[in-house]
Design a protein around this ligand. Sequence first.
Ligand SMILES: Cc1cc2nc3c(=O)[nH]c(=O)nc-3n(C[C@H](O)[C@H](O)[C@H](O)COP(=O)(O)OP(=O)(O)OC[C@H]3O[C@@H](n4cnc5c(N)ncnc54)[C@H](O)[C@@H]3O)c2cc1C
Length: 440
Amino acid sequence: MKLLILICLINCIFSSEEIFPRILIIGSGPSGIATASKLLQNGFRNLTILEAENRIGGRVHSIKIGDYLVDVGAQWVHGEKDNVAFELAWPLGLLERLSENKEFYFSSKIYGSNGEEISLNASSSLVEYLMENISSSDSINESLKDLNSGSFGEYAEKKLMDFFKNYEEIHANQHKPLLHLLDMVEMTNEAAPTWHNLSAKSVRDYPELITANKKEYSADHVVVTVSLGVLQKNIDTLFKPQLPEKKINTIKSLSFGTAAKILIYYDVPWYINEPIGLWGMYWTEEDRKQIENDPQKRWMLGLSVGSKTEHKPKLFVLWITGPHVNEMEILPEEMFQEQVKDILKRFFGKACNLTEPSIIKRSSWSTNENFLGTWSYLSVQAEANGIDNKDYAEPIMKNDSPVLQFAGEATAYHFATVHGAIETGFREADRLINYYNKNN
Ligand SMILES: Cc1cc2nc3c(=O)[nH]c(=O)nc-3n(C[C@H](O)[C@H](O)[C@H](O)COP(=O)(O)OP(=O)(O)OC[C@H]3O[C@@H](n4cnc5c(N)ncnc54)[C@H](O)[C@@H]3O)c2cc1C
């Protein structure tokens, strides 16, 4: 993924006509870098990017784990059509189509917190049903009129209960735990605390100043690309004068989610010969009750799947979502390491011949003050109140000039993605290019 960011920069073909308004870009994630690269391509020369982290890339970040460079943040390019990230990376041979290796990802097995496993046949049918009948926008659109709450959760649970009726192999006492597991699985795409918060309309098919060191910068235009989470937390102090009330309300009413990865590296991977790519994890009602009020353990209810990683056989990744991701991120290191080993034993130890992990790392997007979450989603409430991220993307104008602009994933049509973030950077660069074309 990081290569994509560099391509954005390298792609700058300098034009001969140079333009010198002072442009300040806050944030060097995909949207900030896309803004800068397009402006450079179009002759703008007086650009400054301010970045709070000691690296570029934002939520695209790779770290070294064992033999591998591993994506702690964004990992996949979602879709091809209408996807600027695909258009940048594909011609350079940096991508591989998922359909070329479908079995790797879609063969799955589900394990309970009591170590019991659901048969491969039932697990695979359930995952296939989820993919084909639930997570597709066509099927949701047909059902929208029958929903009371308008939430994706209401829709998905109705559909899944229909599935369970015809599938006796899955026992009645497993229905509720499996609904919770599938809620968490879906939330690894959407990052809401639960699918009941998520508007059914938001589910998409993917064919998607003064600085901390007190230095002052003056600019003709400022492009703010920090995450929605950062804006929401600091909205009252970041801007002087304050933003218009309508803008503040929009920003506060949009939703920013949380999710996390636990990256487990094995010298001797126990799953290497398993013919499955995804290990689903559900909590029995009894086990759930034991941890749901324990602030050091309840994050585990957000566990959804473990997965092998293509081309990185020694890497096993656990996905966590739900309302308690932050509590996992701040656990003392030793306790965290022990808990992860216990989880692996608890779910997979009975059925599989486990080996000892050599490195365990976790992401910390939700507690890092420069991100405060992972990506935005459309909540039931925002949908009901007609809150639109287009209003967030509107610039603040002064004398017809866009003086304060907003880019970043949460302002995008393809929100929650890298390509959406890049599009917004290009959008705000185009706004400036058009403005100077008109006024010069
Ligand atoms: C775990 C995870 C997995 C993901 N997986 C995928 C995926 O597979 N595919 C996909 O398309 N998308 C994925 N995403 C989403 C994708 O990473 C984001 O949508 C995208 O990176 C957002 O880019 P951005 O430029 O809007 O924001 P960011 O990348 O957040 O960039 C904003 C920058 O602003 C900086 N900043 C914050 N505050 C300040 C400040 N006060 N001053 C200066 N700088 C500041 C931040 O440090 C950051 O560098 C994933 C995200 C996460 C977290």
